[in-house]
Design a protein around this ligand. Structure first.
Ligand code: SAH
Length: 348
């Protein structure tokens, strides 16, 4: 038997269904308002819909296609969900609490094809793209971890997967997240983090330049970047930077470049100076990310002295630097780590 369609999946199926039921088209929006704004968890909760309509929705649609396989809470308030999808695949999403910010980090794919050598998500490659409904369901699940007087303030697409490799499904989900009747999150509070795919960046610049773009750099020369971020071999830093510049021209917003510091690999003062040369003159923020150790991988954090020397050298070169604080490390909140641990545990 075919599973019921997902109410969060866009397209005209709900519109057609409502018309078949003799219902006005605006009912679709009130259903979404119930789900996103009012955190209903069933059709029965949608008390201003006619009772028979609620019953027919219940019979013909699903709200939830995922189940919570694990739920971790860290002492700093970070919460992480491992969601099991309808086909048994698992993805992660995270809620971060920082003063009055409530940021959610969501996944765009099951696994990842980019192969960054220090990242847990890509170790087994990409399995599949997430659907728009599955991307949205992460937001619904995370919003329901908050008390009623708190709401999601920011979205970062920095979970598993390469978002620019799944733009067709991601963009409708991010559009829904902005809807004033739903989550109402403005575009500037939504960050899309990419390994740096020029075609994807250009498409985003043409269609949706209002998002905050973060480009994962990790190295300032092609030889090292290709070692750390293998897709760089076919792209090259020059093209990554040129497309980032075009995005900046379209958006007028400062870009972020991410840099995971790996001890003895990309943390020398010399490398900091080549980073200064690369970023110099650009309206850019350098986001230095502490490495989250992944079991079985050989990388380690830099020594505190090496880290400070690196940061000093980039600051001296005039680059705006932000050092991301580690959050939720004890619950393996970094990309793909919980899913991997869980998969390993299930094999023993
Ligand atoms: N594919 C996208 C988005 C997902 S990864 C991208 O590459 O940007 C989000 C960020 O986390 C990227 O900068 C990625 O390089 C970084 N990251 C991956 N594994 C990490 C780890 N073990 N420790 C710290 N940061 C990591």
């Amino acid at each position: 038997m075919q599973p019921l369609p997902h109410i969060l999946e866009p397209g005209d199926s709900l519109a057609t269904w409502l018309a078949d039921q003799g219902q006005p088209a605006w009912r679709a929006r009130s259903i979404h308002r119930w789900l996103f704004g009012r955190r209903a968890s069933s059709f029965a909760d949608m008390t201003d819909l006619p009772a028979d309509l609620r019953g027919r929705l219940e019979a013909d649609y699903r709200i939830w296609t995922t189940s919570i396989a694990r739920h971790h809470r860290a002492e700093d308030g970070t919460e992480k969900l491992l969601l099991e999808l309808h086909d048994g695949q698992r993805i992660e999403c995270v809620l971060l609490r920082d003063q009055d910010r409530r940021t959610v980090c969501i996944s765009s794919q099951v696994g990842c094809a980019m192969g960054c050598v220090f990242c847990a998500s890509g170790i087994d490659g990409v399995v599949r793209n997430l659907s728009t409904g599955e991307i949205l369901e992460q937001l619904l699940r995370l919003a329901r971890l908050l008390p009623p007087d708190e709401r999601i303030s920011h979205i970062v697409v920095m979970g598993m997967g390469e978002p620019l490799a799944n733009l067709d499904r991601l963009l409708p989900a991010l559009a829904e997240a902005q809807h004033p009747d739903g989550l109402g999150i403005s575009q500037r509070r939504i960050t899309v983090s990419t390994v740096g795919l020029p075609a994807g960046i250009d498409r985003l610049a043409a269609e949706n330049p209002g998002y905050h773009l973060a480009v994962s750099l990790h190295a300032a020369d092609d030889a090292l970047r290709t070692r750390l971020v293998p897709v760089n071999r076919a792209i090259g830093l020059a093209d990554v930077m040129a497309s980032a510049d075009r995005y900046w021209e379209s958006s007028g917003r400062r870009l972020t470049f991410e840099y995971v510091l790996l001890g003895g690999v990309n943390d020398s003062p010399e490398q900091a100076r080549s980073l200064v040369r690369l970023l110099g003159g650009r309206a850019a923020l350098l986001n230095v990310i502490p490495y989250n150790a992944v079991a079985g991988l050989p990388w380690r954090e830099p020594t505190p002295a090496a880290r400070e020397a690196f940061l000093d050298a980039v600051r001296t070169g005039g680059v705006n630097v932000q050092v991301r604080r580690r959050k939720g490390a004890r619950i393996d909140a970094a990309c793909g780590q919980l899913r991997r641990l869980d998969a390993q545990a299930r094999t023993v």
